[in-house]
Design a protein around this ligand. Structure first.
Ligand SMILES: [Zn+2]
Length: 145
């Protein structure tokens, strides 16, 4: 059975900081993140099926990414749970601010790995996620794996 990799890209706005960074990334700041997810699988051969000739409907992949990634992170602030400022941000969270605490330093590399983990259970066999690529700026990206 022929296989192919398809991909979909979405964007969202989010704040973060890299606590131990030697330079400007330790400041509280934000990015327009861009996320591309690749899905590998067999091309459906079922005659007259809605997805005949496809690995996965682009619209279905987009819906998963919007629900599991965009809606979770957009206009939020991602905070390392062990950041020295974490307690201050817990106060903001109690006052209704969208603070996303994570057990890792929120670099593009770690965010890509995190999104891979979030999406993995949503992509059913025989399909699988082949990669997640996260752009922090138009020129800087990390890909996992
Ligand atoms: Zn940054």
């Amino acid at each position: 059975m022929p296989t192919a990799t398809i991909s979909k890209t979405i964007e969202f706005d989010m704040g973060h900081r890299v606590p131990n960074h030697k330079s400007k990334c330790k400041n509280i700041h934000g990015h327009r993140y861009r996320v591309e997810v690749g899905v590998l699988g067999p091309i459906t051969l079922t005659p007259h099926a809605s997805d005949e000739g496809m690995v996965l409907d682009f619209g279905d992949l987009k819906e998963i990414m919007m629900n599991e990634v965009h809606d979770q992170f957009d206009h939020g602030f991602m905070m390392y749970a062990k950041d020295p400022f974490a307690e201050d941000f817990r106060k903001f969270q109690r006052q209704g601010q969208k603070i996303i605490f994570v057990p890792f330093i929120p670099t593009a590399e770690n965010i890509a790995m995190h999104i891979f983990t979030l999406l993995k259970p949503k992509i059913k066999k025989p399909l699988e996620i082949s990669f997640v690529k996260v752009w922090e700026t138009p020129n800087s990206a990390a890909r996992y794996p």
